[in-house]
Design a protein around this ligand. Structure first.
Ligand code: G4P
Length: 531
């Protein structure tokens, strides 16, 4: 297969959701659907694969955050899907946000009874920042759900995203009867199955609604017919261009737990998810657009993970490829000229994790290194490519870091800088005093940091409440105006690791007030790090 064909069949996506909406269940089912379809006809092998996959995932989960769970690759009808894991729950962190910068598309999973929840919104905002197209999966239709029109209204109102439902459900909960394909009029009948029969997450058989009328609750049918008519009248048809630009979302209903709608979701990805998108970058200091089938290998690091083995200080950098054909053993260079020999790239092709010798745009490879690579680094064959940089996201938790031994303050600063460079947490230095303020998006980041301080740096660190709760980067085209603001707000400002000015506020209201009083300034919750 040519470079153009290989890169063109990659689909790299992530799943965004609020905890408990069903991301894990859906992930497992998507992997099953991918695997099951490859093994069509081998029912026994399919069962075997199912066990292997779930056990593997369980092990990953029991062991905590792990390298191999960060990307899962499967093939489905000739396309290669890279599913990037966006940690949720207690390990929610900046990594979760950054991973989205490496995805070309996202599936947003909503709990049908809850609709948009806080974490859905936060993750969505990161997708919007990059105009990442979103496919919506409304999960748990086997439980009592909100009215489907109300759910779509929520998406429209809260996310300003036009909804194009591709299916329409026949009620929910006990009465859930299936869904109609709004484009073809075919009906996908849902029948509650036991664990022993038909737990195949492939596509459901399609029938004419009239053929199964007697098997569906009459009130559910009524709701379906009324709802579908309204949906067709009131809601737009899917427009692929609007989807790719991030303005419109195709919507599928289903229940991941009951394996209904998952095959259809996969088909929607097949139909709509984009092949690796072009990336803007700087090449030899001029603006440049890199296409997936351009010859030289280039990519960027979106995540760094410390190795699972505590005896080694090795790190794995996750490199999202944007062009070229990567071959094991290649030498790549950072934009700063550092040469990295990639003898043992970690690749995660297929569930069985066979080592692949080649990788293409859209793929993610793990590059073991000893700390030479940072989040946001660009790697390319010539070392002449610089991507725009991976944003930093404003932390939601700020803590003052202090050692129990004041003699070790310098040592502490070095350690905190090291972890901030690695992207574990952020570090802010207030303009007054000698405090070191650590910022994190999720609480687990602080715990991980405290543990690594002891294990790797031999430092006992206390993370105390800080006098601030919100950090925003400050931007202004006029240096004098910025200086005047910083001068006036000495006790509420500081700098980040790259010496960029930061407003440190008690709460969001203070930020709003400062913005109102200083219209020339911009206070942002993200900052693109120059690389
Ligand atoms: P998450 O990764 O988004 O946090 O969600 P996860 O898949 O872990 O699902 C959260 C809970 O919701 C699980 O139940 C799961 O079984 C259930 N669930 C997921 N999809 C569906 C669905 O389509 N229908 C129904 N009824 N439930 C669903 P749990 O009791 O917390 O865990 P478990 O004991 O079932 O594993």
């Amino acid at each position: 297969m040519s470079l153009t064909e290989e890169a063109g069949r990659r689909r790299t996506f992530a799943i965004i959701s609020h905890p408990d909406a069903g991301k894990t269940t859906l992930t497992e089912n998507l992997l099953l659907a991918g695997g099951a379809i490859r093994a069509a006809g081998e029912v026994a092998a399919r069962g075997e694969r199912r066990r292997t996959t779930s056990d593997w995932m369980k092990i990953e989960r029991d062991r905590g955050i792990s390298v191999s769970a960060s990307v899962m690759t499967f093939e489905y009808r000739g396309n290669v899907y890279n599913l990037l894991d966006t940690p949720g729950h207690e390990d929610f962190s900046e990594d979760t946000y950054r991973t989205l910068t490496a995805a070309d598309c996202a599936i947003m999973v909503l709990d049908a009874a809850k609709g948009i929840e806080p974490q859905t919104l936060k993750l969505f905002e990161v997708c919007r920042l990059r105009d990442i197209p979103i496919v919506t999966f409304i999960n748990k239709m086997d439980r009592e759900a909100l009215d489907p029109l109300e759910l779509l209204d929520q998406i429209q109102d809260q996310l300003q995203l036009d909804c194009a439902p591709l299916y329409w459900p026949a009620a929910s909960g006990q009465r859930f009867g299936g869904m109609s394909d709004l484009r073809t009029g075919e009906f996908l009948h849902y029948s509650k199955k036991t664990a022993d029969e038909g737990l195949t997450p492939g596509e459901s058989p399609r029938v004419a609604l009239d053929d199964v009328r007697d098997q569906v609750d009459p009130s559910a049918l009524e709701e379906l017919e009324e709802g579908a008519e309204m949906a067709v009248e009131m809601l737009p048809e899917i427009d692929k261009q609007a989807f790719l630009e991030g303005h419109m979302t195709p919507v599928v209903f289903g229940t991941a737990l009951r394996h209904f709608g998952v095959g259809e979701l996969l088909s929607v990805l097949e139909e709509f998810a984009p092949a690796p998108r072009p990336h803007s970058c700087h090449r030899k200091d001029a603006e440049h657009t890199l296409n997936r089938d351009d010859k030289g290998v280039a990519g960027f690091v979106f995540k760094i993970q410390a190795n699972m083995d505590p005896n080694h200080r090795d790190r794995v950098a996750f490199l999202r490829l944007c062009s070229g054909e990567f071959k094991r053993g290649m030498r790549l260079k950072t934009a700063g000229g550092k040469q990295i020999n990639i003898h043992n790239p970690l690749m995660f092709l297929a569930q069985d994790r066979e080592i692949a010798e080649t990788a293409y745009a859209g793929d993610v490879i793990g590059v073991p290194n000893h700390g030479q690579l940072r989040v946001g680094d660009s790697l390319s064959e010539g070392g002449d490519i610089k991507f725009a940089g991976i944003p930093n996201f404003a932390p939601e938790i700020l803590r003052r870091a202090r050692t129990t031994d004041p003699m070790k303050a310098k040592h502490l600063r070095k350690a905190l800088e090291g972890l901030a460079e690695e992207g574990v947490t952020q570090l802010f230095k207030p303009n007054i005093g000698s405090d070191m303020i650590v910022g994190a998006v999720g609480a687990l980041q602080i715990d991980v940091m405290a543990e690594r301080m002891v294990n790797e740096y031999g430092l006992d660190v206390v993370f105390e409440e800080a006098p601030y709760n919100v950090a925003r980067w400050i931007h202004c085209d006029d240096d004098a105006v910025l200086e005047a603001f910083l001068d006036k707000n000495k006790s509420a400002s500081g700098t980040d690791l790259d010496d960029a000015p930061v407003y440190l506020a008690k709460n969001a209201w203070d930020v709003g007030y400062a913005q109102e009083k200083n219209p020339e300034l911009r206070f942002t919750a993200t900052k693109e790090r120059a690389v």
